[in-house]
Design a protein around this ligand. Structure first.
Ligand code: NAD
Length: 328
């Protein structure tokens, strides 16, 4: 069995080598994405693993079938880069890694929250200019705040537990109310969460009901002192409406680990280059906005789990078995 793993970063290579040794299976790593002009390079491989921000082109699915590939394994939780219908039509089994480490993203939500409520972004900027005054930057303590989780699934539930452990009041809105969270979370409507929370953490998956889940109407409901944290997917927030809400001081600030259009800038070195997004330029210019380049997943534990779980799934599928991570 030979497996090709695409878009491999240097930080993943040690975990991949360890897996190869444990399983005695060859894994070739390349730094390019799955694209039509690369399919000929896949000939001779039995299994493939991808991780990419750009969508898999429609013509790739029949091309994979034609060279005998039977699966596309994503080593990410999100699988919106793949067209499930086209995959099914071409007998390609899709798997993802739904939970490589919910803590990795939840801890970034905590870090972003702490940074916002302690106003560290603004202090950093003042310190850089040798302005050592603290006037106007009084912080709030976490246990005095209400944290609202929108989408209390694996990651949102973990975020809820972390904030609860720190003494914050945790409220949540989700289409599904989970019994295991009810001792620490008060479930309420989306509107109530928006009205009551001092920090709103978005942890929904991207689906038809979550595109533009946060728009002008929702920002209108938030407290002017409240912060928005988006660690899930860019399109869940209407970026122009967010920028307007920040400019009009309808909310106090935001931390964004994902942004619509991010495939054009996150994880690129754009130093000394003109940024390809006006929205990104506007957000960067605001001292109450924190941006990170989609790194919620980027921790020691998460990277190891993404490699191990995805490669184990390739082996299962190629051996004709079913993986619990199959996406349908
Ligand atoms: P999950 O499926 O366990 O949880 C998602 C929750 O959202 C579910 O409870 C679901 O019921 C809820 N939901 C869906 N639509 C909703 C709606 N319209 N209104 C309210 N709730 C709704 O997923 P998860 O493992 O917790 O991951 C959540 C998302 O986080 C992923 O889909 C992915 O997009 C994102 N993510 C980001 C990073 C990162 O690096 N920043 C890493 C991993 C995952």
């Amino acid at each position: 069995m030979k497996i090709l793993m695409m878009s491999v970063r240097d930080d993943e290579k040690e975990a991949i080598t360890e897996w190869e040794k444990r399983n005695n299976i060859e894994v070739k790593t390349v730094d390019w994405e799955l694209r039509l002009d690369k399919v000929e390079k896949l000939v001779g491989y039995d299994g493939i693993v991808i991780q990419q921000r750009s969508k898999v082109e429609k013509a790739v699915y029949p091309a994979l079938k034609a060279i005998g590939i039977k699966q596309i394994t994503l080593r990410t939780a999100g699988y919106d880069v793949v067209d499930i219908d086209l995959a099914r039509e071409n007998n390609l089994v899709i798997t993802n890694v739904p939970a490589y480490s919910p803590r990795s993203v939840a801890e970034l939500a905590l870090a972003h929250t702490m940074r916002l409520i302690r106003k560290l972004e603004i202090f950093d900027e003042r310190m850089a200019r040798q302005d050592f005054r603290w006037a106007g930057l009084q912080a709030t303590e976490i246990h005095s705040l209400t944290v609202g989780i929108i989408g209390a699934g694996r990651i949102g539930g973990t975020t809820a537990k972390i904030f609860d452990a720190l003494g914050a009041k945790v409220i949540a809105y989700d289409l599904v109310e989970r019994d295991e969270l009810k001792s620490i979370v008060d479930y309420m409507s989306k509107e109530e969460v928006l009205r009551n929370a001092d920090v709103i953490c978005l942890h929904v998956d991207l689906n038809q009901t979550t595109v533009d889940l946060m728009g002008a109407k929702e920002f209108e409901l938030m407290k002017p002192t409240a912060y928005l944290i988006n660690e899930c997917r860019g399109p869940v927030v209407e970026t122009d409406a967010l920028i307007a809400a920040l400019e009009e001081k309808k909310i106090a600030g935001a931390a964004l680990d994902t942004l619509t259009g991010e495939e054009n800038f996150f994880n690129f070195d754009l130093q000394n280059k003109d940024l390809p997004s006006t929205q990104l330029k506007k957000l960067r210019a605001m001292d109450n906005v924190i941006l990170t380049p989609h790194v919620g997943f980027f921790t020691n534990i998460a990277v190891q789990n993404m490699v191990d779980i995805s490669l184990n799934d390739v082996v299962l599928i190629l051996n004709g078995k079913t993986s619990e991570h199959q996406v349908s």
